[in-house]
Design a protein around this ligand. Structure first.
Ligand SMILES: [Zn+2]
Ligand SMILES: [Zn+2]
Length: 376
């Protein structure tokens, strides 16, 4: 008897009528997200419609919701995987029923910023190419997303058989982490301290270890350090009890870490992160996405020659590497998911993500959990 592959099952179940309305978690203003009924987006030539299975909640989604940095209404969610439900005229690359994951930003490749490889600053890159309605903002917190032509061409990736929608939705966050590690210029044998062991901190730490660095991780929640241990990260510091900088200096003949990655938001930890770096070392700000002012010791930069670096968003040049890392399951990313919410409970999911508990790691919204005969 032939073995039925998961993708085949999905293909069959996708030969379905696309409804005219769908549910979506709609951002209506600061800290105001509502579950609403909205029209299923129409697609044009060169575009595809993706039926969302899983969408990760990203720190940047939460920031936009909490600060009102973007106009309302919008439908956020950019870390999504799903099934092609409809293809527009002229689309050759994809057909109905294929499982895909989507990068919502793709740079033009030609402007000043692209030529200088600072893709995240490209105007085309800043233009979001996926929408579930309203101003394009990702759209993954809805049942269907319209994927625009340049994203179909360059930013849509097929999910191989045997790889789950959950694993696949980490392609974009993994890309941002690989970019961060590259920006830091981390070398094998170097000692790196990763502050914060949420899902992103854990991915960063795992990538650093894969490079051959000596990785030390710290977090205020011992439960997170236990998870880090389970990913083979054995050098952990419980920052609720001891000063991480002091411990790191104790482990490096008093010097401090060659590199420090700050994977926790806010600016209060910038100074301690710099203190934990050795003279001439580097500090990468990975989660400082809110503008404002922060305290630093200017002599740490000038006299101690410590470099303060930043990395934001993904790089198109690292797309293949991030896809390989995720699809080859070099890290069991599904294991980072602590909470799965149906779209119906999307608002609750966003609330929990905004107020993380000791046991909450990656939180995902899964419209696909309600699919008939759904395949994770
Ligand atoms: Zn993200
Ligand atoms: Zn460009």
């Amino acid at each position: 008897m032939a073995i039925t592959r998961p993708s085949t099952l999905v293909v069959e179940s996708e030969r379905r009528e696309i409804p005219s309305v769908m549910r979506a978690a709609v951002y209506r203003g600061v800290n105001d997200v509502r579950l609403e009924e909205v029209p299923v987006p129409e697609i044009g030539p060169g575009e595809i419609l993706v039926r969302v299975h899983t969408c990760g909640i990203c720190g940047t989604d939460l920031k936009k919701i909490a600060t009102g940095s973007h106009s309302a209404p919008r439908i956020f969610g950019h870390e999504f995987s799903g099934v092609v439900a409809k293809v527009g005229e002229g689309v050759r690359k994809f057909s109905i029923g294929e499982r895909v994951v989507v990068f919502h930003h793709i740079p033009c490749g030609e402007c000043y910023y692209c030529r200088h490889k600072t893709f995240a600053q490209c105007a085309t890159y800043k233009k979001v190419g996926c929408t579930a309605g309203f101003e394009a903002s990702g759209g993954g917190f809805a049942e269907y997303v319209r994927v625009m032509d340049w994203i179909v061409e360059k930013g849509t990736v097929r999910i191989p058989d045997g790889v789950s929608f959950e694993q696949a939705c980490f392609v974009e966050p993994v890309n941002t982490c690989i970019k961060g590690i590259e920006t830091l210029g981390l070398q094998a044998e170097e000692t790196v301290l990763v502050i914060g062991q949420g899902p992103i901190g854990l991915i960063l730490a795992t990538l650093a270890k894969r490079l051959g660095a000596r990785v030390i991780t710290s977090d205020l929640h011992p439960a997170r350090l236990t998870i880090a241990n389970s990913f083979g990260l054995k050098l952990t510091i419980d920052a609720s009890k001891v000063d991480a900088g002091e411990v790191v200096r104790g482990m490096t003949e008093g010097r401090g870490a060659d590199a420090v990655i700050l994977a926790v938001g806010g600016s209060g930890l910038i100074r301690p992160a710099m203190d934990a770096a050795r003279p001439g070392g580097r500090v990468l700000l990975f989660a400082q996405t809110v503008r404002g002012e922060a305290a630093i010791d200017p002599a740490a930069v000038c006299v101690d020659e410590k470099a303060l670096l930043g990395s934001y968003s993904a790089s198109v040049e690292l797309q293949e590497e991030s896809v390989r890392f995720v699809m080859n399951r070099e890290m069991d990313l599904e294991r980072l998911i602590s909470h799965r919410f149906a779209l119906q409970s999307g608002v609750e999911a966003l609330n929990l993500a905004a107020h993380p508990q000791a046991d909450s790691m990656k939180i995902v919204i899964q419209p696909g959990s309600e699919w008939e005969g759904h395949q994770l």
